[in-house]
Design a protein around this ligand. Structure first.
Ligand SMILES: *Cc1c(COP(=O)(O)O)cnc(C)c1O
Length: 390
């Protein structure tokens, strides 16, 4: 019998405790300070001259934040990482660090809607063009790459859950001298380590599985020192989007259970997705594990997927009838969540974003949480029955 490698072992090793910390505390302290003092002017001069490395001011570095950054770098197999106060700050900071007016970004279709809106609004205003391409069509990506500055990836994609061959996309980018960047929030480093597949930079909304408890908004980017320090030098001090020590501490706490939580999210979501395939009124289930073999480099699936109802189901009535699945955006915490695409349609037409993201009308997105698979399925089956016209 072939012994399959344990998919969780590496992440479990990295998130295992590495203390003790100050005061022999088993949990790291929250270093809640804005500044750090110097004993002498000469110490200060040595530090500012770059001959000594130490904390000066928490807008740039802070010990609790640095612990989180080191843990994320280890999980992603990166040399360095930078924490941000949101996933969007990680996305905008990383992109802005590398583009100039006149540049072009190549982006896969169906990335996170606010990343798409960032590209279509602010970046366009700054004179950066963005083209969109089907990330599953390697020939189309290869044809569109020449002359691009950045290849922006997200796999699986938001809402439509298309899982791409990230290694093949990274190799194409490399061949054309294009920097590649991926949003890895869905898979987490437990299931996908994009740097090992050749991607240059990996980023997360740490508000999702990294934090894992729906109590913090944060982001992170990781990669080679040369690239990460470029973002740290050219963007972080001036944009000023810094991760707070309390948030970093919550993220460190969340990371401890990341592999354990993902085991359960994966199993529960797969069970629910497979039953939805058989359910009346469901015309399609968008879950990477149901679309055939996972692409190379994706070693598991998390708790977020979507499906499509036919006309026999009243979608608002279905969502309103759910009890365990709460109506709400975001995902990655304990709670199961539901969002119908019709809500993102309203958002897309709203005053803040004139840009339609293009999610199918009758799509519903689920985050399958940790409440127990059978209870969650009973909730869905009951709501489906209540919302179906016979
Ligand atoms: C939520 C999300 C983001 C944005 O992260 P915030 O922490 O909310 O700023 C980016 N990418 C994906 C895939 C997300 O789901």
């Amino acid at each position: 019998m072939i012994q399959l490698p344990d998919r969780f072992a590496e992440a479990e090793r990295i998130v295992a405790h590495d203390g003790p910390h100050a005061f022999e505390a088993v949990v790291p302290p929250i270093v809640q300070t804005s500044l750090f003092t110097f004993a002498t002017v000469s110490d200060m001069v040595e530090t500012y001259a770059g001959r000594r490395s130490r904390d000066v001011y928490s807008r740039t570095t802070n010990p609790t934040v640095s612990l989180f950054e080191a843990k994320m770098a280890a999980l992603e197999g990166a040399e360095e990482a930078i924490g941000f106060p949101s996933g969007m700050a990680a996305i905008s900071g990383s992109v802005l660090a590398f583009v100039s007016p006149g540049d072009r970004i190549l982006c896969v279709r169906h990335v996170y809607p606010d990343a798409y809106r960032l590209f279509e609004t602010l970046l366009k205003r700054l004179g950066v063009a963005v083209d969109y391409v089907d990330g599953g069509d390697l020939a189309a990506v290869a044809a569109a790459l020449p002359g691009a500055r950045l290849l922006y990836l997200e796999s699986p994609t938001s809402w439509t859950m298309e899982a791409h061959d990230v290694g093949a996309l990274a190799a194409l980018a490399k061949r054309h001298g294009v920097l590649s960047l991926i949003d890895n929030s869905w898979a987490t480093p437990v299931f996908q380590r994009p740097l090992s597949l050749g991607v240059d930079l990996v980023l997360h909304s740490a508000s999702k599985y990294i934090g894992g408890h729906s109590d913090v908004v944060a982001g992170v980017v990781a990669g080679r020192s040369e690239l990460v320090s470029h973002i740290r030098r050219t963007i972080c001090p001036y944009i000023g989007a810094k991760l707070a020590p309390l948030e970093a501490w919550l993220l460190l706490r969340g990371l401890r259970t990341l592999p354990a939580r993902l085991r359960q999210h994966e199993a529960a979501a797969l069970t629910v997705a497979r039953r939805l395939v058989e359910a009346p009124g469901v015309t399609a289930v968008c879950h990477p594990a149901l679309a055939g073999a996972l692409p190379p480099g994706l070693h598991g699936t998390s708790g977020l997927f979507s499906f499509v109802f036919d006309e026999s189901v009243d979608i608002p009535a279905f969502c309103d009838a759910l009890r365990l699945f709460k109506l709400g955006v975001s995902w990655g915490g304990h709670e199961s969540l539901v969002v119908p695409a019709l809500v993102t349609r309203v958002q897309a037409a709203g005053p803040n974003s004139a840009v339609d993201f293009g999610v199918p009308d009758r799509m519903v997105r689920l985050h399958v949480g940790l409440e127990g698979t059978e209870a969650l399925w009973a909730d869905l089956a009951g709501a489906l029955q209540a919302a179906t016209t016979p």
